[in-house]
Design a protein around this ligand. Structure first.
Ligand code: GLY
Length: 382
C-alpha cells in the first residue's frame, strides 16, 4: 500500500490546490455539472425552472457537501465545514416538498448530515439523517423484499428496484447503529439479499433494474436502465454493486455479501481495458467509444474498500486495479487547471442520452474519496 500512498500524494496536492479556489467560487451553489465555460451549475437556484426531481431534490446534491467534509478533515479549514453546513441546511427543505425524495436520500444525507453528526455532533444533523432513514425504510416492499426505486414516472415503476440503491443502505445501517433499533438494518439486509438473488448473474455481471410485481413480489423482468440494454453491464452499476455489497458486509459481517462483492469485482477486473479508461457499459459496441469516468471512480473507490476486507495476500490485485483506473483518470482525464470547475472529465450519466463526456460532481467526489483512502485520511463515509 505504501507505493500507492506515494503515488497518490502529488495527485492529492493538485486536488487541494484546485479545490481551494473551486470551493470559494461555488460556495453558495449545489453543483452538478459544468457548462461550456467550465462553470458549475447550481441545483439550489430556485429562480431556475427545475422540476421536482432535479432541483433541490436532485439525487447528487449531497456529494458537494461530501467533498467539503473530505477537504475539511484533511485541511481543518473552517470554510469547508461552513459550505457543507449551508448545503445541508438547504437539503433539509426537501422534506417539506417530500414528492421529489426517493431511494436516493442515502446519497443525499449520508455524506452531509451523517458526516456532520459524526464529525461535529450537530444534533440537528442526527435528526435530519434519521428523518431521511425513516423515509428510505418506508419505501420497503414487504412482498418482494426490496426498496422501491424512484417515484412515479410515465413508466409504472412501483415494482422497480435498482442496483444503485445498495449504496443508500448505508443510511439504514447507520440509523440502526445510532438508535439500536434493528428495523433499519433488517430492511437493508432483506433488500441486499433480494439484490444478491435477482441482480447478480452467474458471471458476476449485474443488471441495473429489476422489476417485481409490487403486489405478489414475484420477479417480472430485468431492464438495461442506464446501460447499453437488457443483459448488458453498465459499468457504474458494477461499481455500485462492488461497493454496495462491501458496505453491507462491513455493517453486518454477513460473509455472503463479501463473496458477492468478490464475484462482481472479479468480473470487473476481467473487463478493465488495458488503458484503464472505463466505458459506459462493458458490453457496448466498440464505436462510439463512450466513456464514463464517473463509473470508473466508483469502481476504484469500491475496490479499495473491498480490498481492505481481505487478507494482505488477497488484496493486491484489487488495489492494483483501483490504482490503474485512478492513474488513468489522473493522467488522462483530470483537469487540474483553472479552465473548468470540475476535475474529472468524460463522464456519462447513461449510455442512451444525447450528451456524453460531461462532468458530474459525484465523479469528483468518488475520485477524491479514493485518493484520500490511499492517503489514509478521513473517516469512512458509507
Ligand atoms: N444512481 C444513479 C446513477 O448512478 O446514475
Amino acid at each position: 500500500m505504501e507505493q500507492y500512498r506515494e503515488w497518490a500524494e502529488p495527485v492529492m496536492e493538485k486536488i487541494r490546490e484546485k479545490m481551494e479556489w473551486v470551493s470559494k467560487k461555488n460556495q453558495d451553489k449545489i453543483p452538478y455539472r459544468t457548462d461550456e465555460n467550465g462553470d458549475y451549475d447550481d441545483r439550489s437556484d430556485l429562480s431556475r425552472e427545475w422540476n421536482t426531481d432535479d432541483g433541490l431534490n436532485w439525487w447528487t446534491n449531497g456529494f458537494w457537501g461530501g467533498i467539503m467534509w473530505l477537504l475539511y478533515q484533511d485541511t481543518k479549514k473552517e470554510h469547508y465545514a461552513q459550505i457543507a453546513r449551508n448545503l445541508e441546511e438547504k437539503l433539509t427543505r426537501c422534506f417539506e416538498d417530500f414528492y421529489g425524495l426517493h431511494h436516493d436520500v442515502g446519497f443525499m444525507f449520508q455524506p452531509t448530515a451523517v458526516m456532520n453528526w459524526r464529525l461535529t455532533k450537530n444534533k440537528n444533523s442526527r435528526k435530519t439523517a434519521l428523518h431521511a432513514a425513516n423515509l428510505l425504510a418506508g419505501r420497503f416492499n414487504p412482498s418482494g423484499r426490496f426498496i422501491r426505486a424512484w417515484n412515479d414516472t410515465s413508466d409504472n415503476t412501483k415494482g422497480w428496484a435498482i442496483i444503485d440503491c445498495l449504496m443508500n443502505l448505508s443510511l439504514l445501517y447507520w440509523a440502526s447503529e445510532e438508535t439500536k433499533d434493528p428495523r433499519f438494518r433488517q430492511i437493508a439486509m432483506l433488500h441486499a439479499d433480494t439484490v444478491q438473488k435477482n441482480f447478480v448473474r452467474p458471471d458476476g455481471s449485474v443488471c441495473h433494474i429489476v422489476e417485481f410485481d409490487p403486489e405478489s413480489g414475484a420477479m417480472v423482468r430485468s431492464l438495461g436502465g442506464q446501460g447499453y440494454g437488457e443483459g448488458s453491464s453498465w459499468t457504474r452499476g458494477q461499481g455500485w454493486a462492488i461497493y454496495g455489497f462491501t458496505v453491507s458486509y462491513l455493517h453486518t459481517q454477513k460473509k455472503e455479501y463479501l463473496t458477492t462483492a468478490k464475484k462482481v469485482a472479479d468480473y470487473c477486473l476481467s473487463q478493465i481495458p488495458e488503458s484503464g479508461i472505463i466505458p459506459v457499459d462493458f458490453r457496448q459496441p466498440k464505436e462510439p467509444a463512450w466513456e464514463d469516468c464517473c463509473g470508473a471512480c466508483v469502481i476504484a473507490s469500491g475496490l479499495l474498500t473491498f480490498a481492505e476486507c481481505l487478507t494482505e495476500n488477497e488484496r493486491e490485485d484489487y488495489q492494483a486495479a483501483a490504482v490503474k483506473i485512478l492513474s488513468a483518470i489522473a493522467e488522462k482525464r483530470a483537469d487540474f487547471s483553472t479552465d473548468c470547475d470540475a476535475i474529472v472529465q468524460n463522464c456519462s450519466s447513461a449510455y442512451h442520452v444525447p450528451e456524453h463526456h460531461i462532468t458530474m460532481s459525484y465523479a469528483d467526489y468518488y475520485f477524491m474519496e479514493a485518493i484520500y483512502k490511499l492517503q489514509g485520511i478521513g473517516k469512512f463515509v458509507w
